[in-house]
Design a protein. Structure first.
Length: 124
């Protein structure tokens, strides 16, 4: 890519090399899962704006208070799609937790009108 510097790649290091070295050096992030850029959560065709990025970031932060593991909030204009790992779905049965999440989201004036929960399928 023009204008992008990738010093670790240029040094010949792979992701596996970086994780191994990070672990050897005692870095706490050596096994942290990869995370896609927030802008990848905005639906194709929608402009990526600071407001939309903040909505996604805020919604994901609220969800991470109640769920562990990978969480994604996909922004589709007036619709937000929440993606959780299969193991996390049992927590949704706790209506108190679910109602608390919705209440917090409303307090943040996210204006995302509809929530759809679906299982994250990696590599699909």
């Amino acid at each position: 890519m023009a204008g992008v510097s990738s010093p670790l790649l240029e040094a010949g290091l792979t992701k596996q090399d970086i994780r191994r070295l990070s672990k050897e050096w005692g870095l706490p992030t050596y096994n942290k899962p990869s995370a896609a850029c927030l802008s990848s959560r905005i639906a194709y065709g929608l402009p990526v704006t600071a407001e939309r990025l903040k909505q996604v970031e805020t919604a994901e932060a609220l969800l991470k208070k109640n769920f562990s593991g990978q969480i994604r909030v996909r922004h589709h204009g007036n619709l937000a799609r929440i993606e959780l790992q299969l193991e996390q779905f049992a927590s949704l049965a706790n209506l108190v937790t679910t109602n608390e999440i919705v209440s917090e989201i409303k307090k943040k004036d996210l204006r995302m009108l509809r929530w759809i929960f679906r299982v994250i399928r990696w590599g699909v």
